[in-house]
Design a protein around this ligand. Structure first.
Ligand SMILES: Cc1ncc(COP(=O)(O)O)c(C=O)c1O
Length: 395
């Protein structure tokens, strides 16, 4: 008997032929995609009784390694991958880490929890990515790492950022939470850094509830990374029959992904091209439909640099003012459409204020005026048409 997720539960979970949430009857901001093999793989994973390190974990890791050409470890989240990267990078109290303030708290937390100081640098007003022209001024003798975030799956200026890392001997840790299936100058995001962290949270293009991955540049870090992920034990050596029992050998945590989550992930990895293409088409629909609104200065559409192939993760529009942004969000909400701002700048947040030493005008301006429109790979055309119609009516 097959686990009946796709056959009978899917319409309940996802609405019959509508993109609306069946509980709230609203158009959500995003929703996860199910792939053709989801049902079969979940069934196998449930009956395989493998917690972690099961066959789906191995296959999904192999997919990621083939995709990136780098050693890849599945993790419980992007947060976990960033925390592992910070430990592998030997970040210590007093170290300074350069990152944008326009990001999720995990980007900073991974380093702050080790006593390091986040140094926030402003973003570019066109891509909302770290402004490479402002990074050098933030580098001091204590700077250890640069952590760019590829916003909306559109790459940062990696040419400039890698050059700065080389010049000053800094580690490069890519927060590629949104970056799977996107590239910069033909190179997949995640392949520039000493470490890179991906998110497979359900809100991402490819997701499995909660999940993530860590990419390593240096294969000699692999054993240490596995040990960190295995609660600080040498369990991998035990699995390879090199020791009779495994034991506590270093600090670590429970950062692995369960085989059930990996089964969901593998099914989507196998369809990564289709899911990305479908998402890009819907992203393109918004872009085309909102061209006149941009000409009329009613909003600004997202701008993707020519040397980036983005993955359509988010369709963020900039409204002319913060007031207008809030009004548009409310009006869309009233007609059952969920559109949301994005990151509340970290330097203005309670935990970030102690590190707020310089104004970040672009970050504050963008955060106040940015609205994300509903977007997911299988978003039905009528739902997207309704979003466009309602949005244009609010401008
Ligand atoms: C830029 C960025 N980094 C890290 C994270 C954390 O990802 P996760 O939920 O997989 O831990 C997010 C979450 O959306 C994010 O947007």
């Amino acid at each position: 008997m097959q686990f009946p997720l796709q056959s009978s539960l899917q319409p309940l979970l996802y609405g019959l032929h509508s993109g609306k949430d069946p509980m709230t009857r609203k158009t959500p901001l995003s929703r996860p995609s199910l792939a053709a093999n989801t049902n079969a793989y979940l069934h196998q994973a449930l009956h395989g009784y493998q917690a972690a390190d099961g066959p789906f974990c191995h296959k999904a890791e192999t997919w990621l390694q083939d995709y990136s050409g780098r050693p890849a470890l599945l993790t419980a989240s992007c947060t976990a991958a960033l925390e592992m990267a910070a430990l592998l990078a030997d970040i210590k109290a007093g170290d300074e880490i350069i990152l944008p303030s326009f990001t999720f708290p995990s980007t900073a937390n991974a380093f702050v929890r080790l006593g390091a100081t986040p140094v926030f640098v402003d973003i570019r007003h066109d891509t909302f990515n770290l402004d490479e022209s402002k990074v050098e001024a933030a580098i001091t003798s204590r700077t250890r790492a640069l952590v760019p975030v590829h916003y909306a799956g559109a790459g940062c200026n990696m040419k400039a950022l890698t050059a700065l890392c080389e010049k000053y001997g800094l580690l490069l840790i890519e927060d590629a939470a949104q970056g799977l299936m996107a590239s910069y100058q033909g190179i997949p995001l995640g392949n520039f850094g000493d470490f890179a962290a991906f998110s497979f949270h359900s809100t991402k293009n490819i997701g499995c509830g909660e999940g993530g991955a860590l990419l390593l540049k240096d294969v000699s870090q692999l054993e240490r990374a596995l040990c960190l992920r295995d609660k600080g034990t040498n369990r991998q050596a035990f699995l390879r029959d090199e020791v009779k029992a495994y034991q506590w050998v270093s600090c670590g945590s429970s950062w692995g992904l369960s085989d059930i989550n990996a089964a969901l992930l593998l099914a989507q990895f196998e369809e990564a091209d289709r899911l990305t293409q479908a998402r890009l088409e819907r992203w393109g629909n918004y872009h085309q439909a909102l061209a006149d609104a941009e000409k009329n200065d009613d909003l600004r559409r997202p701008q993707v640099p020519q040397d980036c192939q983005h993955n359509g993760h988010i369709y963020p529009v900039l409204l002319p003012s913060s007031d207008k942004c809030q009004k548009v969000q409310q009006q869309l909400q009233q007609v059952g459409i969920s559109a949301y701002p994005h990151y509340a700048p970290l330097h203005l947040a309670p935990a970030g204020q102690p590190y707020a030493h310089q104004p970040l005008p672009v970050t504050e301006d963008i955060a106040a005026r940015l609205l994300r429109l509903p977007l997911w790979s299988d978003m039905p055309a009528p739902d997207q048409d309704a979003v466009i119609e309602q949005l244009l009516a609010c401008l």
